[in-house]
Every structure is written in C-alpha cells, then in structure tokens.
Design a binder for this molecule. Sequence first.
Ligand code: MEV
Length: 323
Amino acid sequence: MEKVKVSAPGKLMLFGEHAVVYGFPCIVAAVDQRMQVVAETLARPEIVIDAPDVGIIGYTKKVDLLKNSDNLPKGVQFLETAVKNFFEKYQVKTGLKIKTTSKFSSQFGFGSSSAVTVSVLKALSLLLEIKLSKKELFKIAYRTVLDVQGVGSGFDLAAALWGGVIYYVLGGKRIAPLEVKNLPLVVGYSGVKADTPSLVYQVNQLYRDNRQVIKSVFKSIDILTRQAKKALIKKDFSKIGQLMDINQGLLDALGVNTLKLSRLIFAARKGGALGAKISGAGGGDCMIALVGRESEPIVKSAIRKAGGKVIEVKISAEGVRVE
Ligand code: MEV
C-alpha cells in the first residue's frame, strides 16, 4: 500500500479520572469527533509532517535522525515519537508523508494526542503491511504517551482504538467494552486548556502529603465507578446522575476543580441535569451533564449563561478505522 487514510475518535471520561492512574478502574466513552491521518510512503528517507490544526506545515526530519527526540516541537511530539517507536520495534526505515486533520479543537481535552498516536500507528501498520492487533497497537501507543508526557493511564488510547464505552484499568490491564449506546450528555467547555500531566503531578503531591485520606478518596471513586458500570448497563439514569455528582465531590477533594468549572456544573444541576461533573483531569477543559429530553435545552442555556461553551458531541463512536 502506498497511501492510507485512517481516523480515530476523541473521548470523554465518564467516571474514575485520577484514581485510574493509581490502578483503579475508569469508564471512558469515545465521541463522534475524529482525528484523521493520511499517510503515504516517500522514496527519500525523510518524515514530512503537516498538522495545520496545530500550526505545523512541512516539518521535515531525516529518518536516521528520528532517534534524536529531545525538544521536539509540541505539535509533532506524539506523532514523531509514535513513528520512531514503530520503526524501532519493527526495524523499518521508510520515508513518509503524514498529514493530520482534526474535527475538533485540541483545546477541549478530547484526547487529540491519543487519537493522533493511534491513527498514525494504525496507518503505519497498514502502509508497511505489518499486521497488528488492537492490543499490540495499544502497547506501542502507550509507550509513546509515556515517552512524551511521562504520566498517563492510557485510557484515552483504549477509547481511540476500541471506540464505544469502555471499562478500563491502568496500562490496558482490563479493556472491557460496555453495551451503552445512548447517553444524553451535554458537554460544556470552560474556555481554559488544562495541562493533564501537571494535574496528575499535583494530585500525586496531595497523595504523598495525605496518603491515608487520598487513598480512601480513590477507594470511594473505585466503588462508585464499579456501581456506575452496572447503572450504565441497566440505563438507570437517576443512579448514573447521582454517581456523577458524588464523583464530582471527590474530584473537588482531589483539588482539581476550578471556579469556572464549578459554575458550569452548578448551572447544569440548577437547570435540571440528573448529575454533572468534570470530565478528565480538571483545572479546565470540559464538564459533562446528564440530561433528560426536557432539561437538555435548559441545561445548555444555563451552561452558556454561566460562561461555558456547549460542544455538540455524541457518544459512542467507532474506534480506529480506515476511511
Ligand atoms: C485525564 O483526562 C485523566 C487522568 O486520569 C489522567 C490519565 O488517566 O491519564 C487525570
């Protein structure tokens, strides 16, 4: 194959963020906003990257210099590291031209880096005719995320690969698809870009300073995530909403809430949401609210009035695929 087009979905964390980094489960949903990668082989031994959504045009690197991966420009970090890891693992050295296009802003925290990583690895396996299972792709993708940002549970990679709604345990120890087709969520963007690794480090500091207390917070998140799994399968919306609110209280205890997110969460609840919480690391990015048919427009307008931007996304989307 000389040219291939692949796409992977973004994600929303439903339950269990932060605790998942410590080995407890989380629940993540793939969303219908996708990252697209077009990859083709080049005769000359160079990697050429175009990622106009993040300001990268005509970035070029000699294949032999891929091992020099310090101080990469932010916009190519995940992509170039993924190519390097793939080439090292499968002992290949091919010139490549790669173009990425995003259907969503990298500002929202929908996991554009993980969707790019997964898409490019899938594209390489097709281009170079190296047949890889999702689990094998996951392993190289997770290596890539740890190489680039040092921390992370890998839940977003699982969403990009498998799609749907997933019950997930750290490092891919458990990746269990859940039968959840429809979950009426409203997503509110806080207008602030969160820096996930620094929030993970912040929570880790709190954990080290207050080991017993924070351990019991994680344990409570663990219990509610397991209950949420059952409630999601049963479509018990009022229970799901209750558990979202409890999860939010525990995220507050972890210190990752902000005034802006809090305003959107309380506005959503006041507008009739069944539950509302941060989705992801906190410190910014998005909140989610579970709504009924009647409350949906009221919740949306309440979020807007409170200063948030409503993002129209749907769960649950298909995982990585050839376009
Ligand atoms: C970030 O979206 C979710 C965290 O749990 C980090 C991770 O799982 O990689 C905070």
